[in-house]
Design a protein around this ligand. Structure first.
Ligand code: ADP
Ligand code: MG
Ligand code: ZN
Length: 473
């Protein structure tokens, strides 16, 4: 019987509050090393932490979005370990009374739906960053004290593909509720993978924990590698050691870093500098009422507007796109027409490589204006596309350009008839072909008319007039 893979994920997500978790330093990525810290986040003796209420609110917001129960009594504890990125030699975290417990997410892989349960979501502070260079190791405390939520799944995940689907869903939800910018390259979304193997019906095996996974692709590859490695060890009659392993993305292998501590090794105890948090029903209800609509609800809304499930999913993959769509249809209520344009022309404009940071360089107002001109027949499709290129990244108003440059399509029947009559007379061979039923020749006539009108003829009208002329001659 073959091995079954058991995976549990620990996802760290930095919260996008203005200030850090326990001091008033700015919470922002980068900057000159050690310029964004103070006695509290560098652990100076006597400095006292003060909890950032926004961080608590964000953690609860995410908890509610994924159906967690909110613990109305919650405690910060000191997780003690000695490492230079942690100046106090302990991290303020939560163990026994985390802010959120339970909940979960539904994922879909190959058309199969599955519910992944969460263990908990707790609030903690980030550590500083070690920078290794030729002169040795340097430390930057700018990141120290930034608020984080750790989202811990139950060991419910059974394949690399499920793990990635779970991460995508989690990331999308974090972005929808607006508590984190989720940039893996900047470390505001990080993920550790716990993996073990067992045989069906037998207890779970010993797990390893993998770190240094900097992209979803790395997660996918690391899981496949580690599952294979463990299977080989076990098949030879060997034992898996509970340890932390580092993923090397270039080599595509995991390496042992250290044997993994059990939680008692951290000597957790309640932080005497921080009193327990008491959360009222009122506070939870207020956060609940402020929750934005999540992807599932939006998909339902879009389908009620007449969009297909596939279209609705495309639009809601990213909150940014969905918000953009909503803004446009407020000004120009043609959902299907707007959706086609976004999923076609706009997606083409967004660099698909860096899709997660897609930057829509055109306001909803400009886009609504452009689509109105196109939909009403003022401009044709070719001009609409050309205009999109022209105004992308600017604040130009399409309507004005159409006026200035005379881009409105020619829907004047008389004028088009004159032009077409001339073309028909000059091309007797093509006329004969069209009469013989060769519809491809139609494209030739439309092309010629476009040439004569600088691409501004109304193609539908051209077709109608041409049919009329041909019939008569
Ligand atoms: P620790 O406190 O040591 O980090 P946790 O109980 O918090 O341990 O679990 C950490 C993660 O490991 C969770 O996501 C959990 O689902 C996962 N996990 C626990 N046991 C196993 C196992 N046998 N195989 C795979 N993952 C596991
Ligand atoms: Mg853990
Ligand atoms: Zn500080």
């Amino acid at each position: 019987m073959s091995w079954k893979v058991v995976i549990g994920l620990e996802v760290h997500s930095e919260l996008s509050t203005n200030s850090k978790c326990f001091c008033s330093c700015k919470n922002k990525f980068g900057g000159e090393p050690n310029t964004n810290c103070c006695p509290v986040c560098t652990g100076m003796p006597g400095a006292l932490p003060v909890l950032n209420q926004k961080a608590v609110e964000y953690a609860i917001r995410m908890g509610l979005a994924v159906g967690c129960k909110i613990n109305q009594y919650s405690v910060f504890e000191r997780k003690n370990y000695y490492y230079p990125d942690l100046p106090k030699a302990y991290q303020i975290s939560q163990l026994e009374f985390p802010l959120c417990v339970g909940g979960g997410l539904e994922i879909e892989v190959d058309g199969k739906k599955k519910f992944i349960n969460l263990d908990r979501i707790h609030l903690e502070e980030d550590a500083g960053k070690l920078i290794h260079d030729v002169s040795g190791t340097l430390v930057d405390y700018n990141r120290g004290g930034v608020p984080l939520i750790e989202i811990v799944s139950k060991p419910d995940i059974s394949s690399a593909e499920e793990a990635v689907a779970y991460l995508e869903k989690l990331r999308s939800t974090l972005l929808y509720v607006g508590v984190s910018d989720c940039k893996m390259q900047e470390g505001s979304l990080r993920c550790d993978v716990n993996l073990s193997l067992h045989k069906e019906g037998e207890p779970f095996g010993t797990r390893t924990e993998m770190k240094n996974l900097n992209s979803f692709r790395a997660v996918l590859r690391a899981i496949k590698y580690e599952a294979k490695r463990q299977a080989e060890v076990l098949d030879k009659g060997g034992k898996i050691i509970q340890e932390t392993r580092r993923w090397d993305d270039e080599e595509g292998k995991t390496y042992s870093m250290r044997t993994k501590e059990d939680s008692q090794d951290y000597r957790y105890f309640p932080d005497p500098d921080l009193i327990p948090i008491k959360i009222t029903d009122e506070y939870i209800n207020k956060i609940k009422a402020d929750l934005p609509k999540l992807a599932n609800e939006r998909i339902e809304d879009y389908m009620n507007m007449g969009l297909s499930l596939k279209d609705a999913e495309l639009l809601t993959n990213q909150r940014k796109i969905s918000d953009y769509f909503d803004e446009i249809i407020k000004q120009f209520n043609q959902p299907k027409f707007v959706c086609n344009w976004i999923c076609g022309e706009v997606f083409k404009k967004l660099n698909t490589e860096t899709y997660e940071d897609a930057n829509i360089e055109l306001s909803a107002k400009q886009m609504a204006n452009l689509l109105q001109l196109y939909h009403s027949g003022t401009i044709n499709q070719a001009v609409a596309r050309q205009l999109l290129d022209e105004i992308w990244g600017t604040d130009l108003i399409p309507e004005n350009i159409v006026k200035e440059k005379g881009l409105a399509q020619i829907s004047d029947e008389k004028g088009l008839e004159e032009i077409l009559t001339k073309i028909v007379n000059e091309n007797p061979k093509a006329v004969a072909e069209l009469k013989a039923g060769n519809q491809k020749t139609m494209a030739f006539f439309i092309g010629q008319t476009m040439k004569a009108t600088n691409g501004k003829a109304n193609p539908k009208l051209v077709g109608e007039i041409l049919n009329k002329i041909i019939k008569e001659c």
